[in-house]
Design a protein around this ligand. Structure first.
Ligand code: 5GP
Ligand code: MN
Length: 339
């Protein structure tokens, strides 16, 4: 971010404003952590701020301070539209294109508010008045920390802000193991712990609150795991029937794709999850090294994300989606074997 942009934003936020903060649809730990972390910071400056999520998110994120104040656009549309239409400032966090906000896209696009993007995804659209985009960052939560620092207010980061930001950095870095984790990330995290984030409690909230059904669903996913050694690829499928059988709840499949990626000599992993309600197959892609699942998803599955983690969708049924996926792989054989 330029010095001028920071100066302007600092000036803008000097007097109380009506502010809306928006994470992407199907928010994850980084999306909810960054929006709530920023929310707590803005409240300290007497702004009237509201986090509006496009839709609901997993229960394992619902321990964050003031999480219960988050509005869900899909069930609280009128109230949300009012807030967005009257907002002076809208922060969009952890996404790079307005369509990632789902049904909020139109009202966000037409809003006259000053828009500030904070995001680490590749190839961002330029809808925002001020763009803080950095694809080298581990997470949007790490960027919110730097954003507050750039405003000269690092000393205002309290234990609520720290807990939210820690949670997002931890989840987006796969507990600090993905290559996006830098020594700077660790310095930020160390400071967040010093400022009151309880890393052990946060880990428990997020990873040690499994239901028995979720473990059974993981068993099913691992049974369905297929390996294509010639493409160093592994994939998992979950049909709607299987999800129903194990009483699927939002967030239950989070991280499953990493089991496919953990296989020896596998550098490309996918999970295909049937969603009968929306008549799509939701796809998560992960890779190791320089094989870009962002490019792969953009080219074939209407999605995107990062080099090593991306999402997408297919309008074909589960069987045809897998056939299509397998038919695409030969054209990537060299890339997969040289990654
Ligand atoms: P996940 O597979 O966990 O849903 O998403 C992996 C990464 O890709 C996340 O950073 C997420 O924000 C991004 N992502 C997921 N789905 C999409 C999509 O449909 N479009 C784009 N541009 N990014 C996505
Ligand atoms: Mn993120």
């Amino acid at each position: 971010m330029t010095k001028d942009a920071i100066k302007n934003i600092k000036q803008l936020l000097e007097t109380p404003k009506q502010i809306v903060i928006v994470p992407h649809k199907n928010p994850d730990g980084d999306a909810i952590g960054s929006t709530l972390g920023l929310y707590h910071y803005l409240l300290k400056h007497n702004h009237i701020a509201t986090v509006i999520a496009p839709n609901d998110y997993p229960d394992f994120l619902k321990w964050m301070p003031e999480e219960s104040k988050v509005l869900k656009y899909d069930s609280q549309k009128e109230q949300s539209d009012n807030l967005i239409n009257n907002a002076d400032v809208i922060f969009t966090l952890d996404f790079n294109a307005l369509n990632r906000a789902g049904d909020m896209e139109d009202v966000l696009a037409t809003s006259k508010a000053v828009k500030i993007m904070i995001d680490h995804h590749q190839q961002p659209d330029s809808y925002a008045t001020y763009m803080y985009s950095d694809v080298s960052m581990s997470s949007t939560c790490e960027m919110v920390y730097h954003f507050i620092d750039m405003l000269g207010n690092k000393d205002q980061i309290d234990s609520d802000i720290s807990s939210c930001l820690y949670a997002g950095i931890m989840t987006d870095t796969g507990s600090f193991r993905f290559p996006s984790t830098t020594s700077k990330t660790h310095l930020v995290v160390a400071d967040l712990i010093d400022k009151g984030a309880n890393h052990s409690d946060i880990h428990n909230h997020i990873f040690d609150t499994n239901s028995y059904e979720r473990m059974q669903l993981l068993g099913c996913a691992l049974t369905n795991l297929k390996v294509l050694p010639e493409y160093r690829t592994a994939y998992i499928t979950l049909s709607q029937d299987e999800l129903n059988q194990f009483k699927f709840k939002k967030g239950d499949t989070e991280g499953f794709v990493n089991y496919a990626l953990s296989l020896n000599n596998i550098i490309f992993a996918a999970i295909f999850i049937e969603d009968s309600q929306n008549n799509i197959i939701k796809i998560s892609l992960r890779s190791k090294g320089n094989f870009s699942v962002n490019e792969f998803s953009r080219a074939h599955f209407e999605g995107g994300g990062h080099t090593n983690a991306a999402g997408g969708k297919s309008d074909l049924d589960l069987k045809l989606t897998i056939e299509n996926f397998i038919s695409i792989l030969p054209s990537y054989k060299n890339a997969l074997n040289n990654a």
